[in-house]
Design a protein. Structure first.
Length: 115
């Protein structure tokens, strides 16, 4: 699962870097929601897959965690929570909607140019 996700991220950033004439991608900054539950396994997949392309070999992965936040559909309360406690702290309803915590965004990439 993580290998496929990392492969997709690398395909996206290498396409952008090649179009920009970069000689190397130094760092990729991601924003990852806690509800994705794969940050640790992703680091290993990143290391393995980056070695396959000279453009990404040695590329650093930097991640920003996004903590879960939901809105209660019953009373409208917005609240932060962990991965397991999704009930509204005000009215106790389980009818909630996750608004943050499942993100997987490429925030930026840092590249080197041949000049």
């Amino acid at each position: 699962h993580e290998m496929g996700i990392v492969s997709g991220i690398l395909e996206s950033v290498t396409a952008v870097a090649r179009n920009a004439g970069a000689s190397r991608i130094c760092k990729v900054n991601l924003r990852i929601g806690d509800m994705r539950e794969f940050a640790e396994a992703m680091a290993l997949a990143w290391e393995v897959l980056c070695e396959e392309d000279p453009l990404t070999d040695g590329c650093e992965l930097a991640t920003e965690d996004v903590h879960p936040e939901s809105v209660c559909n019953a009373c409208g309360t917005a609240f932060a929570h962990d991965r397991f406690h999704l009930r509204c702290p005000v009215c106790g309803s389980a009818d909630t909607r996750l608004v943050h915590g499942r993100e997987l965004d490429i925030v930026s990439i840092e590249v080197e140019h041949p000049d």
